[in-house]
Design a protein around this ligand. Structure first.
Ligand SMILES: [Zn+2]
Length: 688
């Protein structure tokens, strides 16, 4: 449902900028099994600024590399994972795998991406047949068919939370809201290149400036593709996207599941969203046989469909052309790649340089053939011992969570029984999945990177629609083992913790238990508690959308969470910009609940014995410092402002301050009244 770190800081179009970091500044540091004492600033009082106490020296010595918009613990591990994946790809390529095998596909995909000379030599030739097809569109009926052909499985409303597609609409195949035993088709709004409707509609100066530069970028891309009158065409495309943005639902409303549960039959589309020839659209998309869909944002479907009728055909054709060039711009000649980076990398995110091409190549392989590499990655970098130890820790955390629920003084026994049932049936995947994705329908050719990406998107789409109506595999993963992240899948009542996050500094079998519980334990607790946050608590033990709360319990929950929202509203990363307590509420609830359960789990793991001190810190101190060190981060101002406005996670500094709600933290650091983070016991938020 929600990802742990700040990976959502990026838009789809510039994914590679943030996700794969190089972290040279720490590469020569000695190996540490425990908290990183050298990263702390012990001149800071923990009760005044716990974030700087835990990370102050690291913040002082760390510079953001020019090709990054920020660095943190997650990007450091992503670098390591990226390097390992790159080595595995090289190894696979060297082994000269047999034609048609998955390994051959990995080698051919990566090599075709890296062959810049071949890409330059082809120029825009790969685009031509597609541009000719757009030019041949004669009327709105043919337009509907062509738009249908662009539908892809490129959105994900609840697992990896990606509400953005630049295609007119996006498909998500997942367990049904009203039938969690079978896969259903969800349709989501789309059509915008910029990250969110606010980028088109907001009147603030920064956004107006971005729009002006975006229009210049549209014109530049069309010009590079050989079109004339590009200024006028760009103005038309931007005007159309502005109208689409007006029809779009906001991010906060997208997260409201009750507004998303709308089942439409094929016939409903023409009645409720006239304008687009829906029969042709579904034929173009190859899904005429699908009887019904869950339409996430009905008003956007009505609004966007009406724009098909009211906007001139030629404007739609320019929109299709620009969106085509943008979608495949990363594998076109250098001039196109650089123009895209100048806008999406520099203007939108503040990066100064492109990521090295090999890193972008690894990202492409991860995106299209992730499980082929992941299978080898898991074998090599995640031992059965590490898996067993992590599973034991998860079991302790679930037990701690169960005890906390049993002890809640305000919750009715009936609601407790439902919560207990959710915990009992929770599937927790550790390290890697039990079955691997099958890529046999994806044809990869050497020297054809454009065709490879085109066929890869299509193969994924066809795999997804082939699942419709089939029984749900609750143990299916939505992340690869080499991903540095963790995820809660509410419709499957499942969690995934990939191998790549189960390593130092989050998880180190050689580190004291206090450190592992403070670092990865609080991440695991965070994901478990998403099962019971504002969204997760609307699904029952079987992943069905069903209200299982008594009204009194819900009232208490809402009062406690309002108190937490107010706490985060007081944080001000910039004098003119505060954290939005409501927008970040579900994540903040998960942080408080996660560290609470991790702390209990840690105490229970001691079985009454006292924890050994290390580096002069008690067990409890190590636990909290390890938690604080999860959130050491440096972010460029443009990217941080964007996060505060559009992300459901609070900036890392305030996530570290979660400790002020935990009684054990006060005792561990002798935090006193008068210190900045001090909260009176009655003001400490306790939710789960
Ligand atoms: Zn989360």
């Amino acid at each position: 449902m929600k990802r742990v770190p700040g990976f959502l800081k990026l838009a789809v179009a510039c994914t590679a900028i943030w996700a794969l970091a190089s972290f040279a500044q720490n590469s020569s540091a000695p190996e540490v099994h425990g908290i990183a004492v050298a990263n702390m600033d012990r001149s800071v009082e923990p009760g005044n600024d716990f974030y700087r106490y835990a990370n102050g020296e690291w913040l002082k010595r760390t510079e953001i590399p020019p090709d990054r918009v920020g660095v943190d613990v997650f990007t450091k591990l992503a670098d390591l994972s990226n390097k390992r994946t790159s080595d595995l790809i090289a190894e696979i390529a060297k082994s000269n795998p047999p034609a048609g095998s998955s390994s051959r596909k990995v080698a051919d995909l990566y090599n075709s991406y890296m062959d810049e000379a071949a890409i330059e030599a082809k120029g825009l030739a790969p685009l031509r047949p597609h541009l000719e097809a757009i030019a041949a569109i004669r009327d709105k009926r043919e337009l509907a068919h062509a738009l249908g052909e662009t539908l892809r499985a490129d959105v994900d409303a609840l697992n990896n939370t990606n509400f953005h597609t630049a295609n007119l609409f996006g498909l998500w195949v997942a367990p049904g809201f009203n039938d969690s035993e079978h896969y259903h088709a969800y349709l989501l709004q789309g059509g915008l290149q910029l990250p969110d409707r606010e980028y088109y509609l907001s009147d603030n100066e920064q956004m107006r400036n971005i729009r002006a530069q975006y229009q210049t970028h549209i014109a530049a891309m069309l010009k590079l593709a050989g079109f004339s009158e590009t200024d006028a065409r760009a103005a038309g495309v931007l005007e159309l996207e502005h109208a689409i943005a007006q029809a779009h639902r906001s991010l906060a409303d997208n997260e409201d599941i009750h507004k998303a549960n709308n089942t439409w039959t094929q016939a409903d589309f023409s009645a409720k969203a006239p304008g687009l020839d829906w029969g042709e659209y579904f034929r173009g998309a190859g899904i005429s046989q699908v009887d019904s869909f869950i339409v996430w944002q009905p008003e956007a479907f009505s609004g966007e469909s009406a724009l098909i009728a009211s906007t001139p055909l030629d404007t739609w054709k320019d929109w299709l052309r620009f969106h085509l060039i943008e979608a495949y711009g990363g594998v076109l000649p250098k001039a196109v790649v650089e123009e895209r980076f100048a806008f999406f990398g520099k203007v939108l995110s503040g990066a100064q340089e492109q990521r090295p091409r090999w890193q972008r190549g690894v990202f492409v392989v991860d995106g299209f053939l992730g499980d082929v590499v992941g299978q080898v990655y898991a074998q090599r970098y995640f031992s059965p011992e590490a898996k067993a130890q992590a599973q034991a820790m998860v079991a302790n955390l679930i037990a701690a969570f169960r005890k906390r629920i049993e002890a809640l003084p305000w919750m009715n026994p009936a609601t407790k029984a439902e919560a207990e049932a959710k915990l009992s049936t929770l599937y927790v995947g550790i390290g890697y999945p039990e079955t691997w994705h099958d890529y046999s329908n994806f044809e990869v050719k050497p020297d054809d990177i454009f065709g490879n990406l085109w066929r890869g998107d299509l193969a994924d789409y066809q795999r997804q629609i082939a699942r419709l109506g089939k029984p749900v595999d609750r143990k299916e993963w939505s992340m690869t083992p080499q991903t540095v992240n963790a995820v809660n899948l509410p419709l499957q009542n499942a969690l995934n913790f990939p191998a790549a996050i189960l390593q130092p500094p989050f998880y180190d079998p050689l580190a004291p238990a206090a450190v592992n519980y403070g670092a990865i334990g609080s991440v695991i607790g965070h994901e478990i508690s998403h099962t019971f946050d504002t969204e997760g608590s609307t699904f029952d033990a079987k992943g069905r959308l069903r209200n299982w709360w008594t009204p009194e319990d819900l009232k208490h929950f809402e009062a406690a969470t309002a108190q937490l929202a107010a706490q985060y509203d007081t944080y001000k990363p910039f004098p003119d910009l505060s954290v939005n307590g409501k927008q970040t509420l579900a994540e903040n609830i998960a942080d408080v609940a996660g560290i609470s359960a991790a702390y209990d789990g840690y105490r229970a793991s001691l079985s009454g014995k006292s924890a050994p001190a290390q580096d002069g810190f008690s067990g409890d101190q190590q636990f909290f410092i390890a938690f604080g060190q999860n959130w050491g981060a440096k972010t460029r101002e443009a990217a941080l402002r964007r996060q505060v406005m559009t992300d459901e996670h609070a900036p890392d500094e305030y996530r570290a301050a979660t400790v002020r709600n935990i009684d054990g933290w006060y005792a561990a650091f002798e935090v006193k009244k008068g210190e900045k983070l001090y909260l009176a016991p009655a003001d400490r938020v306790r939710i789960w």
